[in-house]
Design a protein around this ligand. Structure first.
Ligand code: SF4
Ligand code: SF4
Length: 168
């Protein structure tokens, strides 16, 4: 696959197919208020603390306990409650204040709220390499705004979900 993280300027478009792959493969870091909210709603056993950081309790390669698989799609139960963690909301985008994965000129993104370094994780099957389209730029803008906490709703960085059954 080559390098894992492409600078945003090397990506043409992104569409989430709700395949659920990202809900299996990674540890899910939580912001402090997200960890508190999940622990209060579902119980403390759903949150892990490792070296002072909080994560959804799951092993890498194991399904997230909030994943609902239905008709070949992976749907997020937390999303239906407005509680989807911001790390999940912005995946496959990775946003930094410094060029963490190199290629700084290609990764630099000038947003109206400041400068960021934006990379895209190629393990997501919805990522298409190439020349950025206007839609990709809107997705990058949106991912930055979600990440810094000035936006909750998502138009370009998520799949549209059918209503979910109650899981818990
Ligand atoms: S973000 Fe990518 S890996 Fe995750 S569900 Fe959407 S298409 Fe699949
Ligand atoms: S919280 Fe939702 S989006 Fe995040 S890994 Fe779990 S099911 Fe997937």
């Amino acid at each position: 696959m080559g390098e894992l993280y492409l600078p945003w300027s090397r990506v043409s478009d992104f569409t989430c197919y709700a395949c659920g792959l990202c809900c299996y493969h990674f540890r899910i870091p939580l912001k402090p208020h997200e960890a508190i909210s999940i622990a209060r709603t579902f119980g403390p056993t759903y949150v892990d603390s490792v070296a002072g950081r909080q994560y959804i309790r799951k092993r890498e390669g194991e399904a997230c306990p909030f994943l609902i698989e239905s008709n070949g799609k992976g749907l997020c139960y937390l999303q239906s409650l407005g509680m989807k963690p911001s790390a999940c909301k912005i995946w496959p985008f990775r946003i930094y204040r410094n060029p963490e994965h190199g290629r700084s000129e290609e990764a630099y993104y000038s947003h109206r709220l400041g400068g960021f370094y934006v990379y895209v994780d190629q393990r997501c099957p919805g990522v298409k390499p190439g020349k950025p389209t206007p839609r990709l730029m809107k997705a990058v803008d949106e991912a930055i705004e979600v990440w810094i906490g000035v936006r909750r709703d998502q138009l370009y960085t998520t799949a549209f979900l059918p209503p979910l059954m109650k899981k818990f």
